[in-house]
Design a protein around this ligand. Sequence first.
Ligand code: PTJ
Length: 265
Amino acid sequence: MRIPSDHPRAESLETREKLIEQYAKGVVTQAGLIAHGRGEAFDYLLGEKTTSSALKAIEAGAAAMLLAEKPVISVNGNVAALVAEDIVKLSQVTEAKVEVNLFYRSPDRERAIGKLLERAGAREILGIGKNASARIKELSSERRRVDPAGIYVADVVLVPLEDGDRTQALVKMGKKVIAVDLNPLSRTAQKASITIVDNIVRAAPKLTEAAEKLKREDRKKCQRILTDFNNRKNLDESINLISQKLSKLAKKQKGFTLGRKRLEL
Ligand code: PTJ
């Protein structure tokens, strides 16, 4: 469907359209559409912009990818539908491998996502078909199937829109996990080494931009950024931001009257 460009929520609606289109092509799952809706709700509360704490996490994420020996970007259906080209660009700048890793895995979806990534310029795509032959033993979901040349041996893994189980398992395997998740309270957000609380649509190009900039600097700068970065503190900033926004909204709506009425009921 064509979204009128003067619609006040045109950008958000266009993003939805991309997912709907790729749902019809078998890239995105029904659960992926639902997951996006949950993300949108958090995005609304974050002001639909990259916050200063997200920017700090983006810089730390870019630094970690540049310092990594074997960085890998994990791609699922939503990520392929929304930011395939940005992911390919990021992989080129950071020399990271791109691996398809799906919760709802099927050969058709693997192929559809592989094609989308290829069209976006990816030359090597891991994790498809027989190549996903290694197993993360702590997991029982399809996410346990990984590529022995990719996530299995990676030291840094970027996991946008991930589930908590695998984040936890990857951290347990000694990997640095960079998550992109709009929900700062999710298990993924809480368990990752670096959590970027931002929409993948905004975060992916910003990660590339940050990596391009840091690549021109001394490696020591990346090391300093990582030493100074505190994920717990950064996550708390996002949670506080949401809480402040809700308090402001409640005051604006004279929500306290509503609160009293509720008590009377
Ligand atoms: O393609 P598959 O088979 O691997 O499945 C992908 C989904 C997304 C369905 C699967 O990973 C899943 O079920 O994820 P969850 O557990 O629902 O978690 C998704 C998280 O991503 C939630 O915390 C959402 O708030 C968040 N999220 C949704 N859309 C975005 C987002 N975060 C950043 N950017 C978004 N656009």
